[in-house]
Design a protein around this ligand. Structure first.
Ligand code: NAP
Length: 297
C-alpha cells in the first residue's frame, strides 16, 4: 500500500481551486467543545473545516482555528447561508465572516434549496426562491469575501432548475450532499460530475448512532484490514471520488479518522457498494418546501 496519500489529497474544483479531501464536520459540536475539536484536527493535519451559521458555533470554530496556530491560508474553510437568510445574502456572509473572525471563506454554500420566512420558519418566503438566492450569491464572487460558491442538499431536479435559469452564470463549485453506504446516490453524484460540480459527502459515518458501525460487510473488511469501521467508511468515500466531512469532538477519534494513508481494494469497494440497506440522516420534513424528490437524493 505504498504512496497512498489520502491525507494530502485534494479535488480540483471547476474554479481551479483545490479542496482538501478530508474535512472536519462540526454539526452538533457544541460551542463548549468545538474549538478544542477544531484545534485538535488542525494539529493532527486536517486542512479543511466545515461549519454553518445554523450550527451556531462559528465563533468557537474561529477560536479553534486561531488556537491551532495554523495560518489561515493553509486552511480550507466552508460555511453556509442559512435558510432564513436567503434574501439577505450580503448580511449573511458578513455575519459568518465576523463570527469566524476571518476576512474570506474558501467556500460559501447555500445550505438548503429552501428560502424560509425569517418571521415564521414554517413558511416559505413569498416571492423568493433558491434561484433568487443564487443570483445574489453570484454577486459575492469578486468581492474578496469568498473564493468559491456552491450549494448543498440539491437533488437533480433542483439542480436542473438552477442550471437552466438564465440568471445562473456561475455553476456551483460544490454540491454538499449526504453520502455513505446507506445513501450512496450514484445518479446524483454522476449528475454533479457531468456538470463539473464536486460532490462533498456529509454524514460520511452515518451520523450519530450510525447503524453502519455494526454492518457485517463493514466490520468484516475492518477486521481483515486491521482498521476501524469508521476508517473503512471514510476510505470508501474517498475512493468513490468525493470529499468526506467526518464530525467528531473526541480527539482520539479525530486523529483516527485522519489515519487514512492506505486504500481499499477494488473488490472491497465493490462489496461496500453492494450493501443493500438504505437510510437517510437528513430529510426535508422540517422544511416548508420539499427538496428531495426521489431523484436519487
Ligand atoms: N450540508 C448539510 O445539510 C449537512 C448535513 C449534515 C451534516 N453536514 C456536515 O457533515 C458533517 C458530518 O456529518 P454528521 O455530523 O451528520 O455525522 P458523521 O460525521 O457521519 O458522524 C458523526 C458521529 O460519529 C461519531 N464518530 C466520529 N468518529 C468516530 C469514531 N472514529 N468512532 C466512533 N464514533 C465516531 C461522532 O461522535 P463524537 O463527536 O462524540 O466523537 C458523531 O456522533 C457535519 O458535522 C457537518 O459539518 C452537513
Amino acid at each position: 500500500m505504498a504512496s497512498v496519500k489520502n491525507t494530502s489529497k485534494t479535488y480540483t474544483l471547476n474554479t481551479g481551486d483545490k479542496i482538501p479531501a478530508i474535512g472536519l464536520g462540526t454539526w452538533q459540536s457544541s460551542p463548549g467543545e468545538v474549538s478544542k475539536a477544531v484545534e485538535a484536527a488542525l494539529r493532527a493535519g486536517y486542512k479543511h473545516i466545515d461549519t454553518a451559521l445554523a450550527y451556531q458555533n462559528e465563533k468557537e470554530v474561529g477560536e479553534g482555528i486561531r488556537a491551532s496556530g495554523v495560518p489561515r491560508d493553509q486552511i480550507w474553510l466552508t460555511t453556509k447561508l442559512d435558510n432564513t437568510w436567503h434574501k439577505r445574502v450580503q448580511e449573511g456572509i458578513d455575519t459568518s465572516l465576523k463570527n469566524l473572525g476571518v476576512d474570506y471563506l474558501d467556500l460559501y454554500l447555500m445550505h438548503w434549496p429552501s428560502s424560509t420566512d425569517p418571521e415564521d420558519t414554517k413558511k416559505h418566503l413569498e416571492g423568493w426562491n433558491f434561484v433568487d438566492t443564487w443570483r445574489e450569491m453570484q454577486k459575492l464572487v469578486g468581492t474578496g469575501k469568498v473564493r468559491n460558491i456552491g450549494v448543498s442538499n440539491f437533488g437533480i431536479k433542483n439542480l436542473e432548475i438552477l442550471l437552466n435559469d438564465p440568471s445562473t452564470k456561475i455553476v456551483p463549485a460544490v454540491n454538499q450532499i449526504e453520502l455513505h453506504p446507506g445513501n450512496p446516490s450514484p445518479k446524483l453524484v454522476a449528475y454533479n460530475t457531468s456538470k463539473g460540480i464536486h460532490s462533498s459527502g456529509y454524514s460520511p459515518l452515518g451520523s450519530s448512532d450510525s447503524p453502519l458501525y455494526s454492518n457485517d460487510t463493514i466490520t468484516e473488511i475492518a477486521k481483515a484490514k486491521g482498521k476501524t469501521p469508521q476508517q473503512i467508511l471514510l476510505a470508501w468515500g474517498l475512493q468513490k471520488g468525493w470529499s468526506v466531512l467526518p464530525k467528531s469532538v473526541t480527539p482520539k477519534r479525530i486523529e483516527a479518522n485522519f489515519d487514512l494513508d492506505w486504500s481499499l481494494t477494488d473488490e472491497e469497494v465493490a462489496k461496500i457498494d453492494a450493501i443493500p440497506d438504505r437510510f437517510k440522516v437528513c430529510g426535508d420534513s422540517w422544511l416548508p418546501v420539499k427538496v428531495f424528490f426521489g431523484d436519487d437524493e
